[in-house]
Design a binder for this molecule. Structure first.
Ligand SMILES: [Zn+2]
Length: 377
């Protein structure tokens, strides 16, 4: 299957027989590798050092030989050397601040933006089947934070909804406003909650503490992205979250869907009804030994998450992330083939760098400030 077919027919591409999936994925990754090999001097030097040319990528087992770029490179001042396209061809820059305050910058050219948008949109259609309803976005709007990757990804959902509302403004979140908005849609539209886990968890906690009954609609979804570890170091438990969402919102756990991605990559893994995160058919996730990244581990083993993304024409989308997790290549009961990925934790020494963490930290610090002011008055 060609890359354009994968993008145009996501339902079919996610369900091809396992042998076809391997063959198609090897082909599209090889083609992407050849592009960066030819046009990117910095990357070519890595390939030459490894003694690897596109013609060496013959089969599935060769994918692990493709040189990887550590995501920490995107934080460096000379990150422009990573680019395959010219800086004049960059259409959009996505940033993540990270806990150290050093921004990670990922630049996309128009081909990459088009492919990634179509790919993510297709994924949303296949996994969520949304074509109407209302979305309550528990995150800042793209107007407020245009360079934040997480909200860009969420924002694509608005095109499938009849109505939507962003409820986090100037980094403050008012659960009463969220509740009023949900009630205003009641009986007219199917209501969906969209946002990072920690803000939705805050909303659930508010409903619980205030003892407010709220039952969403039969087809309501909770769609999340942004990680489960808070800037405080605490983790939100997924099981507790599921239980509380079912109890407070009357939503079935099969309709609670998390996603996994990172700003440096176009890869967005979306959960199916079995809460397994499916890797898109144009990406290969390779799990690496945390002590030696050149060693690929077999499915089921925990290690560093490397992503080989065939969509990216702006820079080589062959990245070694700071995340630790595992892949599963077994069949999912939902009928989709390919890989599923499970994020475990950040690699030791890596900073927490996701958008959700920076929003959460800011919301909290503002709350602390306003409370102190009240105390003083
Ligand atoms: Zn599945």
């Amino acid at each position: 299957m060609e890359l354009v077919t994968m993008l145009g027919m996501p339902g079919e591409a996610l369900r091809v027989a396992r042998d076809d999936w391997r063959e198609s994925l090897t082909d599209v990754v090889r083609q992407a590798f050849a592009l960066h090999f030819e046009r990117n001097g910095f990357y070519r030097a890595q390939c030459d050092a490894a003694g690897l040319a596109p013609s060496d990528i013959r089969a599935w087992a060769d994918l692990q030989r493709i040189p990887l770029l550590p995501v920490s490179m995107f934080k460096q001042a000379g990150a422009h050397v990573l680019m395959t396209c010219g800086l004049e061809d960059v259409e959009i820059e996505i940033r993540s601040t990270g806990t150290s305050g050093v921004p990670s910058v990922a630049r996309r050219d128009s081909t990459t933006v088009t492919r990634a948008s179509v790919g993510i949109f297709g994924g949303y259609r296949d996994f969520f089947g949304i074509s109407q309803g209302a979305g309550l976005f528990l995150c800042p709007s793209t107007a407020e934070v245009p360079e934040m990757g997480m909200v860009k990804i969420f924002n694509l959902l608005t095109g499938m909804l009849d109505d939507h509302r962003y409820i986090v403004r100037e980094y403050s979140f008012d659960p009463e406003e969220a509740l009023a908005q949900l009630r205003s849609w009641e009986g007219r539209m199917t209501r969906h909650l969209i946002g990072p886990p920690f803000i939705i968890a805050r909303f659930l906690k508010y409903l619980e503490l205030e003892d407010i009954p709220l039952t969403l609609d039969p087809d309501s979804l909770i769609i999340m992205l942004g990680g489960w570890k808070q800037y405080t170091g605490n983790s939100i438990s997924r099981d507790d979250f599921n239980e509380k969402a079912q109890r407070m919102l009357g939503i079935d756990r099969t309709r609670i869907r998390d996603m996994y991605g990172m700003i440096e990559s176009n890869m967005l893994a979306i959960e199916c009804e079995h809460q397994r995160k499916h890797v898109p058919p144009w990406c290969y996730i390779s799990i690496r030994d945390v002590t030696d990244a050149s060693v690929e581990l077999e499915p089921g083993k925990t290690g560093g998450i490397a992503i080989l993304d065939a969509l990216n024409t702006a820079y080589p989308g062959f990245l070694l992330s700071d995340d630790v997790g595992e892949v599963d290549e077994g069949d999912c009961p939902c009928g989709r083939t390919g890989q599923t990925v499970k994020f475990r934790r950040r690699r030791q020494g890596a900073e927490l760098g996701c958008c959700a963490v920076s929003i959460e930290k800011y919301i909290d610090s503002r709350e602390v400030v306003s409370e102190c002011e009240l105390a003083d008055a």
